[in-house]
Design a protein around this ligand. Structure first.
Ligand SMILES: NC(=O)c1ccc[n+]([C@@H]2O[C@H](COP(=O)([O-])OP(=O)(O)OC[C@H]3O[C@@H](n4cnc5c(N)ncnc54)[C@H](OP(=O)(O)O)[C@@H]3O)[C@@H](O)[C@H]2O)c1
Length: 231
């Protein structure tokens, strides 16, 4: 593996989740010095990395903790999740946008449901399903999709060097290689709507050094899925 990150520092915000841990692994494999931010109760989920990473135990919308964690970083990778109804995702995005060093590469994760320009075309039924599930989940105070939308809007409106990577449905399994991406959902190449998490994480890490992805919101799909192969 080429040590593309050697001598550089990366912060992974939301490091203890499934995607976060894959991102930490890819970053270490490429020689990055890694700091991970995760909730205090989730620190044990990073035990496998031992002393190879620095851990900042904090909620990801804790502005002081994020300021400390991103100091001196060349890249900040952030998992945006719609958990809770306390503006967790938008608070997380705001903290990263406000405190990351000027010029740092910022890469955020979210789902296909986020549309930057309204040009995405969703499979039939998806919107109705999301509206119903989103409303029920918000009532149950579990999920707030609107807040993830607000978080991404703040990123799109910022003058940082951002990329928002929009994931399809995810699955575990061996790597298929770097996912294929398109600018808009609805492109036939994305129709299979499946990506391996390990590959999503790789896309996030490699996006750091892909200048063509700055100010893009790529929608991704697994490289070996039928739709990607027939594109
Ligand atoms: N799941 C999918 O099929 C899917 C599809 C498309 C896009 N995506 C995107 O992919 C990314 C990763 O999603 P994932 O589903 O694979 O999950 P994941 O990587 O396991 O990440 C879940 C994250 O949410 C945090 N979290 C869980 N409960 C929380 C709570 N109550 N309060 C605050 N934080 C909490 C976790 O932190 P702890 O470790 O502290 O619990 C972890 O950082 C997200 O950006 C998501 O939008 C997912």
């Amino acid at each position: 593996m080429e040590a593309t990150g050697a001598g550089r520092r990366m912060c992974v915000v939301g490091a203890s989740g499934k995607l976060g841990r894959y991102m930490v692994r890819h970053a270490l494999d490429r020689g990055w010095r890694v700091t991970g931010v995760c909730r205090e109760q989730s620190v044990p989920k990073l035990a496998d990395f031992g002393d190879a990473i620095t851990v900042v135990p904090a909620a990801t919308d804790d502005r002081a903790a994020i300021a400390r964690a991103v100091e001196g970083c060349d890249a900040v990778l952030t998992v945006l999740v719609p958990w809770g109804v306390k503006h967790y995702a938008s608070g997380t995005a705001r903290a990263v946008l406000d405190h990351a060093p000027a010029g740092a590469r910022l890469v955020f994760s979210c789902g296909w449901h986020i549309s930057r320009d309204g040009e995405d075309v969703y499979p039939r039924g998806t919107k109705v399903y999301e509206a119903v599930v989103g409303r029920l989940a918000k009532l149950a105070r579990v999920v707030d999709v609107d807040d993830q939308v607000a978080a991404c809007r703040a990123v799109f409106d910022s003058d940082t060097r951002w990329t928002v990577v929009r994931g399809s449905d995810l699955e575990e399994g061996e790597s298929q290689g770097l996912p294929v991406w398109r600018r808009h959902v609805g492109d036939p190449a994305l129709a299979s709507n499946r990506t391996r998490r390990v590959d999503y994480a790789r896309f996030m890490v490699e996006a750091v050094d892909d200048a063509s992805l700055v100010h893009e919101a790529p929608a991704i799909v697994g490289r070996l899925t039928p739709s990607a192969l027939s594109a």
